[in-house]
Design a protein around this ligand. Sequence first.
Ligand code: VGL
Ligand code: ZN
Length: 232
Amino acid sequence: ALLKSTAALGLLGGFGLSAFAAGKVKPASTSALIVVDVQNCFLDGGTLAVKGGNEVIPVINKLAPAFDNIVMTQDWHTAGHASFASTHPGKKPFETTKLKYGTQVLWPDHCVQGTDDAAVGKELALPTAQLIIRKGFHKDMDSYSAFEEADHKTATGLAGYLKGRGIKTVFVTGLATDFCVAWTAMDARKAGFEVYVIEDATRGIDLNGSLAKAWKDMTAKGVKRIQSSDIA
Ligand code: VGL
Ligand code: ZN
């Protein structure tokens, strides 16, 4: 079971039970680290670079040994994808449009399948990662979430994979906090997982207050906000 110990339990440390370190969260064999979209497109020099995005890499590399299970995601769009402003005549990046499933933020062309821009950041060192799930590959639909596409119906298969492997708790990291990390974390709750977001292992885009809103929405759905120093 996962331990979120109290200060009182921390006293047990004095008796040699160091796993009970005060206030620490210890990943179990039924926990998975999800590393969202740490790809060149979202890193320095990428087509949709997230400010400070590169700073998550050493944090995630350092967290990895604490996890028996690691899953990565890749934003993986077709050329001419519906989420690209360039696909919609007269539209500019960061404006919105209405698509069949609702309002869509329009982005610069990014993370196109098979390009170097879509490759996983080369400084990310996760040799033990067990699955890379690609998302956003349907031309007419976006997928911020690693679990469900933007219609909130089409599954990516990740919930089935994690459940099939006995995973109960997920720790979400990566880019961007207010889009793919937040949607992944909230859908993980919806799918019945216990969910932590490790804040210093994420960076946000913060479009019109989206970062503060994402934390508010995640908290309301029972997502727990922690720091990498909280991991035992
Ligand atoms: C993302 C915008 C567009 C993300 C992906 O990974 O957060 N954001 N596509
Ligand atoms: Zn995208």
